[in-house]
Design a protein around this ligand. Structure first.
Ligand code: NAD
Length: 261
């Protein structure tokens, strides 16, 4: 899986077509969508029209909460493949654990079957906590390849990164730029950008890469799509990485996975 990919949350289907087209032209080879984003069709069409071979693109989609449960998950997966217009995905994720439903273990068994059939080359989870991940791994035959969680300098989740690593699960960062908002004006990030001749966004993405996170920034602006991919020609020092780490605070933007259903 490429460590740097492209996300399309909150991008309408036709705009997703344009954004994914621009992203692939810019060099991205990993695309992150989901059933609930309502843009699997545009995303799939952009990949098909890109001129890049399907096997050279890493495509992720996710199972929505209402589709949890063994039978429903199998059907939801078929519908996602149909919308994406592809024979397989590279990664299929359970979008949220929704612990109150208590269906994620059954759901996982469906993902294991899809994986065994070769229709998802890898399977994983998203928004799993230490507790839900530990239970899943205890009952699973296939350990989730990855856990995609909210992670950015204002919410850097050292505990959850360690919990993933302890289970042999990769950490993938969603909202890696903290959704733009105030984060990219943080004086430390601006200062580090000036030091390296890069933008604050590029500094944040470089920090993720050096921590070992898989990262999927989103933009619909072509210049920013390209900017966010231009992060392989500089390196943060250990001190820079520590300074960004020191920004950690209770900066969660999205829902709490323990209570979202
Ligand atoms: P993000 O952190 O990638 O921020 C995106 C926003 O930051 C853009 O809309 C823009 O306003 C700004 N931005 C982007 N590049 C910039 C640049 N170079 N300079 C200045 N501003 C810039 O936020 P996101 O979209 O929430 O997260 C990225 C992806 O993560 C999503 O598209 C989706 O694929 C995934 N995601 C997954 C979940 C989940 O529950 N699994 C939840 C949210 C997002």
């Amino acid at each position: 899986m490429p460590q740097l990919g492209f996300g399309v949350w909150q991008v309408p289907d036709d705009e997703a077509y344009n954004s994914v087209t621009t992203a692939i032209e810019a060099g991205y080879r990993s695309i992150d969508t989901a059933r609930i984003y309502d843009n699997e069709k545009g995303t799939g069409r952009a990949i098909a029209d890109s001129g890049v071979a399907r096997e050279d693109i890493f495509l992720t989609t996710k199972l929505w909460n209402d589709d949890q449960g063994y039978d429903k998950a199998l059907k939801a997966f078929d519908a996602s493949l149909e919308r994406l217009g592809t024979e397989y995905v590279d990664l299929y994720l359970i979008h949220w654990p929704t612990p109150a439903r208590d269906t994620y273990v059954d759901t996982w068994k469906a993902l294991e079957r899809i994986h065994a059939e070769g229709r998802a080359k890898a399977i994983g989870v998203s928004n799993f906590t230490a507790r839900t991940l530990e239970r899943l791994v205890g009952e699973a035959e296939v350990v989730p390849a990855i856990n995609q969680i909210e992670l950015h300098p204002y919410f850097s989740q050292p505990g959850m990164r360690a919990a993933n690593a302890a289970e042999g699960v990769l950490t993938e960062a969603w909202s890696p730029l903290g959704q733009g908002k105030g984060l990219l004006e943080d004086p430390i990030l601006v200062e580090l950008g000036a030091k390296h001749g890069k933008s604050a966004a590029q500094v944040v993405l470089r920090w993720h890469l050096q921590l070992g996170n898989v990262v999927i920034p989103k933009s619909v602006t072509p210049s920013r799509i390209r900017e966010n991919f231009d992060v392989f020609d500089f390196e943060l020092t250990a001190e820079d990485v520590d300074r960004i780490g020191s920004l950690d605070r209770d900066g969660r933007i999205g829902p709490d996975p323990d209570t979202l259903n």
